[in-house]
Design a protein around this ligand. Structure first.
Ligand code: HEC
Length: 190
């Protein structure tokens, strides 16, 4: 997502869990609430669109509303988005750090960890500024398989192919890691 050109120079802190490490910093709470807002607004838009017009109509809603809602819940200081190892929208392609974290999430899921608990945060230095980076796993649910599952209806597959000719985000089963919320906060900005 976004800030792709900036090379990651140093990771100061990587915390795989929270319970053992005391309370999370304030910026982590802000990241959680930004991602929570994106997740709940998106899910509501998706459910309404699926009920109203079925999955083909809902693809358009996702295509248009996902970036809009992400922009709405973001600010100059705090960037909220979604990413995945296999993306539908190339704009969501993970950067190097996000890729490593997604791979670590896959491993944690394979080790039996509850996906609802899989999150991570780190502070990194880039060009003399400090950035807080937080990610949280997004598991595949039943609702998701209409558009990300192993057997898409032909009309759904066709609509996705048209809108996303490079789509990689299908073939998922319930419980698989679909992707992650990813939030970046400029810690040196008010
Ligand atoms: C109606 C079809 C549809 C359904 C159902 C659906 N998605 Fe998607 N999903 C999309 C589309 C279209 C995109 C690309 C959005 C964009 O252009 O930003 C997408 C993108 C994503 C992304 C961002 C990464 C990427 O691949 O670009 C994630 C994560 C994601 N979906 C997770 C889910 C989850 C979890 C569910 C179930 C709760 C779900 N989706 C249900 C159509 C769908």
């Amino acid at each position: 997502m976004r800030r792709g050109a900036l090379a990651l120079s140093a990771v100061l802190l990587v915390s795989p869990g929270l319970a053992d490490d005391g309370p999370a910093p304030t910026w982590v709470e802000q990241a959680r609430s930004g991602a929570g807002a994106l997740g709940s607004q998106l899910k509501q838009a998706l459910q309404t669109a699926m009920a109203d017009g079925g999955p083909v109509a809902a693809i358009d809603v996702c295509r248009i509303q996902a970036p809009e809602i992400a922009a709405d819940v973001s600010s100059r200081r705090l960037q909220v988005g979604r990413t995945a190892l296999k993306v539908r929208n190339p704009d969501n392609t993970p950067d190097h750090w996000e890729t490593r974290m997604l791979e670590a999430f896959e491993q944690r899921l394979a080790n039996g960890e509850d996906p609802a608990q899989i999150e991570i945060f780190a502070i990194r230095n880039e060009a003399g500024r400090r950035y807080g980076h937080w990610m949280k796993a997004i598991p595949t649910q039943g609702l998701c398989t209409a558009c990300h599952g192993t057997e898409l209806k032909p009309e759904v597959a066709e609509a996705i192919d048209t809108a996303y000719p490079q789509d990689q985000a299908r073939g998922f089963s319930v419980g698989d890691l679909r992707g992650a919320f990813s939030v970046e906060i400029d810690l040196d900005s008010d």
